[in-house]
Design a protein around this ligand. Structure first.
Ligand SMILES: [Zn+2]
Length: 144
């Protein structure tokens, strides 16, 4: 049976979850909270790096900032997309205003920018706001 490493969105503990049980609302072995919440997880630089490096499921990230109008417009669509993409994706957000070095390191030139990481490697990125259907379609197109 295949086990997947799932990083807890609350305490960042790395959990091993049998892939066949991924949809069974697994909880974290460390903090006992749900491994999937239906909401994007806000991550600092350190947490973001752990999530992209240790997750066996792909990580979708929204690089955004509080002052960015299109980012705020996209937020409810991103929330909705999260509910469709979990538990096969970890959906996260990085505030580029708070995490400027990370934005520089990943060469984020405009926001919002969406990117998908798997095994610590960036698979795809797309600048510009999207609705939930477009987000889901875009993400899935890069994982076939
Ligand atoms: Zn936890």
């Amino acid at each position: 049976m295949e086990n997947l490493h799932i990083v807890c969105p609350h305490c960042d503990a790395v959990n091993r979850v049998p892939s066949v049980r991924l949809e069974e609302e697994a909880t974290c072995g460390t903090c006992k909270r749900p491994l999937f919440t239906g909401h994007p997880t806000d991550l600092s630089t350190e947490r973001f790096l752990k999530h992209i490096q240790r997750s066996d499921i792909p990580v979708l990230v929204d690089f955004w900032a509080p002052w960015c109008g299109p980012c705020r417009t996209m937020a409810p669509f991103y929330e909705e997309a999260t509910r469709h993409l979990e538990p096969y994706f970890r959906v996260v957000k990085v505030n580029t205003e708070a995490e400027q070095q990370l934005a520089t390191r990943f060469a984020i030139r405009s926001i919002p920018t969406l990117a998908v990481f798997k095994g610590g490697r960036e698979l795809a990125r797309q600048p510009g706001a999207m609705d939930s259907k477009s987000i889901i379609a875009w993400v899935q197109q890069h994982l076939r």
